[in-house]
Design a protein around this ligand. Sequence first.
Ligand SMILES: *[C@@H]1O[C@H](CO)[C@@H](O)[C@H](O)[C@H]1NC(C)=O
Ligand SMILES: *[C@@H]1O[C@H](CO)[C@@H](O)[C@H](O)[C@H]1NC(C)=O
Ligand SMILES: *[C@@H]1O[C@H](CO)[C@@H](O)[C@H](O)[C@H]1NC(C)=O
Ligand SMILES: *[C@@H]1O[C@H](CO)[C@@H](O)[C@H](O)[C@H]1NC(C)=O
Ligand SMILES: *[C@@H]1O[C@H](CO)[C@@H](O)[C@H](O)[C@H]1NC(C)=O
Length: 573
Amino acid sequence: MANSNIAFSLFFAFFVGHGIVELQASHHVYSHLQTVKSSVSAKQPYRTGYHFQPPKNWINDPNGIMVYKGVYHLFYQYNPKGAVWGNIVWAHSTSKDLVNWTPHEAAIYPSQPSDINGCWSGSATILPGGKPAILYTGIDPLNRQVQNLAIPKNLSDPYLREWIKSAKNPLMQPTAQNHINASSFRDPTTAWLGPDKQWRVIVGSKVNRQGLAILFKSKDFVNWVQSKTPLDSAKNIGMWECPDFFPVLVKGRNGVDTSINGPYVKHVLKVSLDDTRHDIYTIGSYDNVKDVYTPDKGSIESYSSVRYDYGKYYASKTFFDNVKNRRILMGWINESSSVADDIKKGWSGVHAIPRKIWLDGSGKQLVQWPVPEIQKLRANHVSFANKTLRGGSVIEISNVNAAQADVDVSFEIADLEKAEVLKPSWTNAQLLCSRKGALVKGRLGPFGLLVLASDDLKENTAVFFRIFKRQNKHVVLICSDQSRSSLNQDNDKTPYGAFLDVDIQHQKLSLRSLIDHSIVESFCGGGKVCITSRVYPTLAINKAAHLYAFNNGTQAIKISKLNAWSMKTAKIN
Ligand SMILES: *[C@@H]1O[C@H](CO)[C@@H](O)[C@H](O)[C@H]1NC(C)=O
Ligand SMILES: *[C@@H]1O[C@H](CO)[C@@H](O)[C@H](O)[C@H]1NC(C)=O
Ligand SMILES: *[C@@H]1O[C@H](CO)[C@@H](O)[C@H](O)[C@H]1NC(C)=O
Ligand SMILES: *[C@@H]1O[C@H](CO)[C@@H](O)[C@H](O)[C@H]1NC(C)=O
Ligand SMILES: *[C@@H]1O[C@H](CO)[C@@H](O)[C@H](O)[C@H]1NC(C)=O
């Protein structure tokens, strides 16, 4: 095996005739720390109760997610040797309910020249006859990024524990002719079938500062031909990582298979911007004869495009769940702690709760909501309604485990006329949230939740609304303010924020937060804006954590309804 590897790589180097290319990880590379062993104590306060994570070490992107014979498969980027990025393999877990997960041996790991320096992100496609196939990025002996194929060894095994790599790998690679940048060519999508019976797949790339979704076509899933033009591109935006391209129904919340097209669907192109570390998307139309994707008017790729999540959420990927006819989104949430703290705790990275995703009635954005399966973890229901919160008040929501909870609240505002005027220069929501944190009194707001709070409120993460008016319209700002989330000063506590497009004249303002020790995953306006935060309280841990509703505006507001639950611990790996 070793001999043939050497022979292969010599042949390879000759064939390609390229110089050695720098390995571009797009992660901070701490070479000396990549294999530092650490012991993980189960009593750590920041480990999650129901968000996906392995027992230890570094994780990043979800990969190849799919449902096969009724079993959900999650593969993910994993360093088996340490708590920082490096030594990347595809770790593998399966689940029957997207809540409890069983670990398996790593599914894809360096074993052939085309992936000997790493098995990076990729996607699963279900081929005719229900046969899964995985396309993933391999790092070859020249540290070039190339695309490879793997298929299950035993289709009768619902856990798909073993994978065989194609002898023809790599199937897509940079050459002297195609001018693809060998350090910027990665993360193949789930493939889709066109009317000409050919498969299509896109791979993220860039040329100088131009982000690219390079399109390849194939009749047999093995021989891939690059199309003359990319499916999409945008100037001055940098590398497009982890593209995802899929149809959504114009009406309704069901999902459809990735190959579906017609007047009843719109298409979504999501890219993960390496520059900003944000997952942005456009909505548009896809002509699958000409292979042209045209974003709708006003839907453009830029640093300020619509995002899946306005906090921490990256390298996400969707899949079509044909068992429940829905499209599910999964994403990686990285740490906000220092590398030294990550090594001390022995792990880094978690995954967000799987979200069902569909097109909003406006056609201008997507809506996301935690999969309903997660509700089976709910216990100790606490509920109240019609409670007025005067300006300056804080009320505790007791009898729930505030370190591991699901809380869903809706607010009603009696006198919208009292809203402050939004200055024309206040166009950046995140900046506005930093300027007007939870301690800055307003008129309509700040009001919302104080989560993972100590009893003296020295530590708390404030997730809150402010309502402004601009001409005759109201503008709703939602913030997640981490600035007082921990007495530890080594964490990134940048506040997050977004504007929420809701008609508050006629609709209540809703906020649901999934709280899980060091994660606050918030869904606002029924899932129109999501904000995920990582926080590391030193006082508000486990039983010492509290949950409050607050209003620090001058005007009273009403909690029309509040439901809160303790969340049971899921069986994760
Ligand atoms: C394939 O998987 C099935 C189900 O797990 C198992 O019964 C069978 O022995 C496997 N076949 C081989 C060749 O490993
Ligand atoms: C190729 O990608 C690498 C890594 O991001 C970058 O440093 C280099 O400038 C890129 N070259 C071109 C021509 O875009
Ligand atoms: C991870 O978190 C750090 C600090 O909070 C941030 O600067 C960085 O961009 C994040 N990386 C990704 C890929 O999200
Ligand atoms: C809340 O108030 C509304 C209107 O005043 C009323 O219709 C509703 O029954 C009340 N709900 C509860 C649970 O008290
Ligand atoms: C409300 O604002 C005041 C004044 O800035 C501040 O002292 C107080 O801590 C705030 N209350 C909450 C619950 O944030």
